[in-house]
Design a protein around this ligand. Sequence first.
Ligand code: SDX
Length: 429
Amino acid sequence: MSEFAELKVDGKLYKLPIIEGSEHEKGFDVSGLRAESGYITVDTGYKNTGATQSSITFLDGEQGILRYRGYPIEQLAEKSTFLEVAFLLIYGHLPSGQELFDFKANIKKHQLVHEDMKKILQGFPSTAHPMGVLSSLATSLTAFFPESLDPNRSAEKINLTILRLLAKITTLVAWSYTNARGIRANYPDNSLDYVSNFLKMMFSLPTEEYEVDPIVADAMDKIFILHADHEQNCSTSTVRIVGSSHANLYASVAAGINALWGPLHGGANQKVIEMLQNIIANGGDAKKFLDKAKDPNDPFRLMGFGHRVYKNFDPRAKILKAQADKILERLGVDEPEFEIAKQLEEVALKDEYFVKRKLYPNVDFYSGIIMKAIGIPIDMFPVMFTIGRLPGWIAQWKEMRNQHEPIGRPRQIYVGNTEQAYVDVGDRS
Ligand code: SDX
């Protein structure tokens, strides 16, 4: 493989160093291009542009491969747990028994949140979207832990900031859920594992003993594993670029939550279920809605379908579809949305429009089926995505800081007015 790509422009030849990754992905290093040639590259939406060199997650969109630190998602979903995957992403290796024990103990130590968080929560109307509440609560952690404002502190102090965030996010989410329903907040139960404790804080009522259903806990744990990281997606890139200004971790993650909220990104899981329910309410004609999705004049899109990177099956969608089957059967839950989803997939995968554009079900297409079956409110589906993605965001933010990356500041090609003189208001037409 040659070391350089050659770019010839205006009669001059420029050499662009070629970078090859451990999985043989290749790129041109254009970091010196403008200084040498006066030219920049333009790539709206960054469809062909790499922002960094990362060791955390590898995707192969053509082969449908997803690996966290080299471990295939299929093996992690089957054999690991969410907290073990969080450790793997953040610290770069599978923990020893002792490391995992200590990590879990440290998380338990920090699961309580300040009582004043209730005052912030009570300021929200019960109809507030849970993602707006959560991004506010994430930012408010800077008020309760002002030392977190400085991202240049020792690795040990940064690690404490990380542990507090991982520990408190489940309590904050559960408190936002009970607060919106006028139910007394539940406190963490350190006798339970991370996911079981989260479910108990969410759903236990003062009137009765709450038993965590192991089937539900296992399903939630797998959902979190499958969402834990996904290389340089929109919200992760947001966390990295906000952190590149030396903003603190909590502010960077709050920005990531807001980016994930978008219906083209993590908000899609909520839109998928709403779409499926709309199809059912309108007679269940999957083909009618597929035709709408194909109509260039109709803004309707088949939510949960398509992906910027996967041009083959999203491996997470495959696992979630199998999980949905299993969970619904084991819980004895019948979900008409699941039947419609399978119909849509079957028809779409034979339809020339979807085949030509390589549009397959993505992670959001089936995840909502499972979350609905285990009792998560539809508007909290993106919040579940947030809990799952948090270790990935943290790992990516840490990597960006450890690589001493410069502040992210893209250039542009200006296409507006050329210079013109100011005109006094009295002289304007
Ligand atoms: C996530 O990046 C990640 O890794 C994200 C994520 C993660 O883990 O972080 O995987 C999570 O965000 C998954 C995606 C969830 N979003 C949705 O399900 C929303 C529906 N999907 C789309 O809006 C779309 O597919 C995107 C946003 C996911 C990807 O958009 P791209 O890569 O910008 O592709 P595009 O919009 O340019 O579409 C290319 C063509 C267009 O048609 P033409 O102009 O060529 O005729 O495909 C069409 C689009 O109209 N198309 C769709 C479609 N998705 C793309 N047509 C109908 N329905 C769809 N869902």
